[in-house]
Design a protein around this ligand. Structure first.
Ligand SMILES: *Cc1c(COP(=O)(O)O)cnc(C)c1O
Length: 391
């Protein structure tokens, strides 16, 4: 047999031996708890929009889970990043550092403010921002002026950094926070994919000045759509709530808005679903970890490919299970993608890197060779928490 089809077939056999003969999507939500009850309660109450007890309960549950002092529930994860950047005072003309290997929402939110996404490299231990490379780059290509970090090449202020915890795996966030502090750069963690993931026993999204979550339908838990900002800063929490509710001042009847605000609050009906899902999180995380172990037992027997494992001193939620091909198998990727999908197993390559998208192709960047190498070797495989239960 040709060497190529061999590895494709081996991968298919490995996945099949874990999940059985069923067709499988990449990630689907599981509603096995109080979802129907809470949704009915919400409808019966008639409070389906941005005010209601489920929104408060959802925020309190997020605080309890993450250990952040405050959680502000919003319509989606992109809005959470957008609002966080505003609260970090990111303005027209500023630059914001963000990995080139991330979902496009991160770079989009930066662009909404007419700020410029400035791309930094990822590392292979975590798939997230490489702190060593970040430090060397900032050291060489920035200067400090009036307490601000200036890009020497563009003369613009580097106001913030938005590191992503990719596929739920925590990046080296404490090192990144230290470096950012040294260079006067604000940290907003994009923890959209990492609810239930911990770095050195601390929940992701609680290391930076702000952290953002997403509750889209494809994430580990869902509210249909939804997002949140996490912060320990009372002032920022207050402003986040105010700005996301059209900057309306509390009054019995008057509609007085003291600045230009957003309609970004999470509707109560979404929060109802979110509350039920949060209750299920421990169970879902356990299943996802079991799925990882079963895949690992099989994939570790294969040559030329490995299953990505949570980084050291981290507990990952294993949102998306990830294969990394060895360099010599880089040309097999497309065949693996087509054969797995043809056989009813949904698999997906990495996102196209941000600096390769037309709209970001002329943005400032460092050397991005690690992300470029990872992206061509990476394949996500079926990852739903109900896969092993069904088998
Ligand atoms: C899902 C996701 C977002 C955006 O969340 P939405 O709720 O879909 O707007 C942002 N960043 C990353 C890395 C994501 O995976």
């Amino acid at each position: 047999m040709h060497k190529n089809s061999q590895i494709s077939q081996q991968i298919i056999n490995s996945i099949r031996s874990v999940i059985g003969a069923q067709d499988s999507s990449l990630h689907e939500p599981v509603f096995n708890g109080n979802e129907w009850d809470y949704l009915k309660e919400c409808l019966d109450s008639t409070y389906v929009s941005s005010v209601g007890k489920f929104v408060d309960k959802f925020e309190q549950s997020l605080v309890k889970l993450t250990g952040a002092k405050y959680a502000i529930a919003l319509v989606n994860g992109t809005a959470a990043i957008h609002l966080s950047l505003i609260l970090a005072d990111v303005k027209d003309g500023d630059e914001v550092l963000t990995p080139t290997f991330t979902f496009v929402a991160t770079a989009n939110a930066i662009s909404y403010l007419k700020a410029t996404p400035h791309f930094i490299d990822n590392d292979e231990d975590t798939l997230g921002v490489d702190p060593k490379k970040l430090y060397e780059y900032l050291n060489k290509f920035t200067k400090q002026k009036d307490g601000k970090c200036i890009n020497i090449k563009t003369n613009k202020i580097i106001k913030a950094i938005v590191p992503t915890h990719i596929f739920g795996h925590p990046c080296k966030i404490d090192e990144i926070v230290d470096i950012a502090k040294n260079f006067n750069i604000i940290v907003i963690e994009d923890a959209a994919e990492s609810i239930g993931s911990y770095y050195k026993n601390q929940h992701t999204g609680t290391f930076g000045l702000m952290g953002t979550l997403s509750f889209n339908g494809n994430k580990t838990i869902t509210a249909g759509g939804g997002g949140a900002i996490l912060t320990n800063n009372q002032e920022i929490a207050k402003r986040a709530k105010h700005l996301s509710t059209t900057a309306k001042l509390t009054h019995k009847w008057d509609y007085l808005h003291d600045e230009i605000g957003f309609n970004y609050r999470l509707p109560n009906i979404n929060a109802a679903l979110g509350c039920a899902q949060l209750e299920q999180l421990p169970k879902l995380l356990k299943s996802k970890r079991t799925l990882f172990k079963k895949y690992e037992d099989k994939i570790s027997l294969l040559n030329g490919v490995s299953l990505f494992k949570e980084p050291k001193r981290c507990k990952s939620n294993y949102w998306l299970q990830t294969l990394l091909l060895d360099i010599e198998n880089i040309n097999e990727r497309d065949e693996i993608l087509s054969l797995t999908n043809e056989s009813g197993l949904m698999t997906r390559p990495a996102w196209i890197l941000m600096h390769r998208l037309n709209q970001f192709s002329s943005n400032p960047r460092m050397d991005l060779s690690c992300a470029e190498s990872i992206t061509d070797r990476l394949i996500n495989i079926p990852s739903s928490s109900n896969l092993i239960g069904k088998n």
